[in-house]
Design a protein around this ligand. Structure first.
Ligand code: MG
Ligand code: ZN
Length: 395
């Protein structure tokens, strides 16, 4: 799914911000700057901007003329046509007000784009705002875009966000792939969060082609997380048949499956809608291993998994991969707990899980392999649990 900011993203100008500034002779500037420094939240900022606006009598015809002058970011029309061909329905998420967003979209024949915005009556030059989404979100944003993404996307889909400003931060932490420019790019650099830089929608169109080609789902500094597809099938097979990789889960000679059994299982994974299966690649396209994001069980616990080929052990890639897996779980299910079940002899894995915030819980258990699995050995394991990455922070 693709979510797009409006002001300064679809439009070239940050229309809402500049409209308030222009028609109040910059009287709104101090409160906006306070918002950008994190001193007030966007609800208070927007409310105050409307109050300042209503203190002077503003000629609505001049406001409409200003809105009708606004231009869209180059490439948006072509981008939307391409999405249409791919049967992707984009959704605008904005903390701006419907009266000016609707007017600008309609004047560019984009009035049918789906959107979630704040609401304001604009009558006789006065603005009466309403914030119908505020109470459901993070209670900082006037209409939390992170909340909207969680609410609107199916958990097994990849959410792409395109934005430019401070109000896009919660969306950017929730989405799996982010396109950013301007203030948002600076914020994400500061937060060490990966993003694609863009100037126009032509840039985004070109990148989206690559993303679809490799099935990119998420990205960290060194790792591309790509959806399982035929292009990874043989590599995954090799990974599962590695004794070194599988020894701690009871298969010191690899799974030893017949080709038919592997093919059957592979087909099932591709159809599984309760988990996201990911092939891990480095930036040059070398296969590193696999990751799995499993949906929460009835008790609210996710049980993800990650395996790397031995030649990539000991380079910090395991930590980086787990970090993204936990982050993507937190972005979907902020309240979910996360469980891993390391072999009690696998001190490397236990150390890694500890460094990610997992703690041992409960007793040791013995897993016995099915008799049909020749060469498999029993495994003594113990659960480790971590609370969701975003738990308590309802973004
Ligand atoms: Mg914006
Ligand atoms: Zn928020």
């Amino acid at each position: 799914m693709i979510f797009i900011d409006f002001d300064g993203t679809i439009t070239e100008n940050d229309v809402g911000y500049e409209m308030f500034k222009k028609f109040t002779s910059a009287a709104t500037e101090p409160i906006v700057q306070a918002y950008r420094r994190g001193k007030v939240n966007s609800l208070d900022c927007l409310t105050r901007e409307c109050e300042i606006w209503n203190e002077s009598s503003i000629d609505h015809t001049k406001v409409f003329a200003y809105l009708d002058d606004q231009t869209l970011r180059p490439g948006i029309e072509k981008f939307l046509i391409e999405l249409g061909k791919l049967q992707i329905k984009p959704m605008i998420l904005s903390e701006g007000f419907d009266f000016y967003i609707d007017r600008i979209l309609s004047s560019h024949k984009l009035g049918n784009l789906e959107r979630v915005t704040n609401i304001a009556r604009f009558e006789k030059g006065r603005i009466s705002p309403e914030f119908p989404h505020y109470k459901f979100g993070c209670l900082e944003c006037s209409s939390c875009k992170g909340y909207h993404i969680r609410r609107l996307r199916p958990p097994n889909s990849c959410a792409i966000y395109i934005g430019d400003g401070h109000s896009d931060l919660h969306a950017s932490l929730t989405a799996d792939i982010v396109f950013a420019r301007s203030h948002l790019a600076e914020l994400l650099e500061g937060a060490k969060r990966r993003f694609f830089a863009y100037g126009t929608f032509h840039d985004i169109s070109a990148e989206l082609k690559n993303i679809r080609q490799i099935g990119l789902f998420a990205q960290s500094e060194k790792i591309n997380f790509c959806r399982f597809s035929e292009r990874y099938k043989e590599k995954i097979h090799k990974l599962w048949e590695s004794g070194e990789v599988m020894s701690y889960v009871g298969y010191p000679f690899g799974l030893g499956w017949s080709r038919a059994r592997f093919n059957d299982h592979w087909k099932k994974l591709l159809r599984d809608e309760q988990a996201i299966y990911l092939a891990l690649e480095d930036n040059s396209g070398n296969f590193l291993g696999e990751g799995k994001i499993a949906f929460p069980d009835e008790d609210g616990f996710c049980q993800p998994d990650m395996k790397l080929l031995p030649e990539f052990w000991g380079q910090g890639l395991g930590f980086e991969a787990w970090h993204i897996i936990l982050e993507r779980i937190g972005a979907r299910w902020p309240e979910a707990g996360i469980v891993v079940t390391p072999n009690i002899e696998n001190s490397r894995a236990i150390k890694l899980y500890r460094s990610l915030g997992f703690k041992f819980i409960g007793d040791e258990y013995l897993w016995e392999p099915p008799e049909s699995d020749f060469g498999a050995v029993p495994v003594c394991y113990r659960r480790m649990v971590k609370k969701g990455v975003a738990s308590g922070k309802n973004i």
